[in-house]
Write a protein that binds this ligand. Structure first.
Ligand SMILES: Nc1ncnc2c1ncn2[C@@H]1O[C@H](COP(=O)(O)OP(=O)(O)OP(=O)(O)O)[C@@H](O)[C@H]1O
Length: 289
C-alpha cells in the first residue's frame, strides 16, 4: 500500500550539478515507501549520484516533479526548502569532513541542521551524553576508538565510516548514501553495510544506497534500481536481475545508452598511440625519467 510519506519522482529530468542545464537524468519515475531499502546500481556516469542529488533537492529538476511526503520542495521558498531538506541525509562519496576537526564533532554534525545544540557543544565542549551518542554511532562501524582523534589522522576507509556514522545521529527520515563502501576492504564493506541497513531498519528510515558492488546489492537489498545513461532500465526485486541483465547493464555503450556492437571502437586512439616506443638509448649520462 502506498503512503503519503513517500519519496517520489514523477517524470524527472535533472542535471548532475546545480550549475548545469545539461540533463543527466531523463524522465525518471520512482517511488520509495517509508522504511524501504533500495540499491541503485549502474556503470560509472550512469547518473547514480545525480539521482541522489535530485532526491535530496540539491539540484533542481529541469522537468517533472520531486515530491517529499507529497511536497514539491521547488515550489517552496528557500526557508521552506531548507526545512524540508532537514528530513534528508545525503552522504556523498567523499564525506566533507574538515581535516582539523575532531571525529566527535564531525559525527555530531550529522545532527545538523535539526539540532541547534550542536553549536553550543562545538563552542564550549561536548557533554558526556553527546560524546556517548557519537561513540555509539562510531561503534556501529567498529571505530569507536577514534572518537577524540582529528579527522586528518584517519585513513580513507575510516573517514568513510565516520561519514556513515553521521547518518546515525541525524534526524532525517530519508538516508541517501552515495557509494558508502568505495574505500573499504570486503570484510569492512559487509560489516558497514550491515550496520547501516540495520540502523535504518530499526529506526524506520528509508535507505537509498548507490553501489558498485552488484553482488552485495543483490544479496542485501530486496529492491534494485538500475540506471543506464540517465534512464531507469530496471526497478524490481533483486531476484529478477540475473547475470545476463547485469552484464548488459555494464557493457560499453554509446552516449545515448545503446550498447556498442561487439568489436566496435567508439573512440579511435590517436595515430601516435600505435607508434612503437622509442627505446634508443639517450646520450651518455642522460637521466632516465
Ligand atoms: N558537475 C558536473 N557537471 C556536469 N556534468 C556532470 C557533473 N558531474 C557529473 N556529470 C555528468 O553527469 C553524468 C552522470 O554523472 P553521475 O556522477 O551522476 O554518474 P554516476 O553514475 O554517479 O557515476 P560514478 O559511478 O562514476 O560515480 C555523467 O555523464 C557525468 O559526466
Amino acid at each position: 500500500m502506498s503512503s503519503p510519506s513517500a519519496l517520489e519522482l514523477v517524470g524527472v529530468s535533472a542535471p548532475a550539478a546545480p550549475a548545469s542545464r545539461v540533463p543527466a537524468l531523463h524522465g525518471l519515475d520512482l517511488r520509495l515507501e517509508p522504511g524501504e531499502q533500495v540499491a541503485v546500481i549502474g556503470a560509472s556516469g550512469a547518473g547514480k549520484s545525480s539521482l541522489l542529488l535530485t532526491m535530496a533537492a540539491a539540484v533542481r529538476p529541469l522537468g517533472g516533479q520531486l515530491r517529499l511526503a507529497g511536497v514539491d520542495p521547488w515550489v517552496l521558498g528557500s526557508a521552506g526548502r531548507h526545512r524540508l531538506r532537514a528530513q534528508l541525509f545525503l552522504a556523498p562519496q567523499v564525506p566533507p569532513l574538515p581535516p582539523r576537526q575532531r571525529v566527535v564533532t564531525s559525527v555530531l554534525a550529522g545532527g545538523l541542521p535539526a539540532w541547534p545544540g550542536w553549536w553550543r557543544g562545538w563552542l564550549f565542549g561536548w557533554s558526556d551524553a553527546d560524546a556517548s551518542r557519537a561513540q555509539a554511532a562510531l561503534q556501529a562501524f567498529d571505530i569507536a576508538d577514534k572518537l577524540w582523534l582529528r579527522v586528518d589522522r584517519l585513513s580513507g576507509g575510516e573517514r568513510q565510516r565516520v561519514g556513515l556514522a553521521r547518518a546515525l545521529v541525524s534526524a532525517a527520515r530519508w538516508w541517501l548514501v552515495d557509494e558508502p563502501l568505495s574505500a573499504l576492504d570486503p570484510a569492512r564493506a559487509h560489516q558497514a553495510l550491515g550496520s547501516l541497513q540495520a540502523a535504518a531498519r530499526d529506526s524506520g528510515r528509508t535507505l537509498v544506497c548507490t553501489l558498485h558492488q552488484v553482488d552485495l546489492a543483490r544479496e542485501r537489498f530486496a529492491r534494485i534500481v538500475a540506471l543506464r545513461a540517465g534512464r531507469i532500465v530496471y526497478d524490481g526485486p533483486a531476484a529478477g536481475l540475473d547475470d545476463e541483465a547485469v552484464r548488459a547493464l555494464y557493457s560499453p555503450s554509446d552516449a545515448d545508452g545503446t550498447p556498442s556492437p561487439p568489436g566496435a571502437d567508439p573512440i579511435a586512439p590517436p595515430a601516435w598511440a600505435d607508434a612503437p616506443p622509442d627505446l634508443s638509448p639517450g646520450p651518455p649520462g642522460a637521466l632516465c625519467r
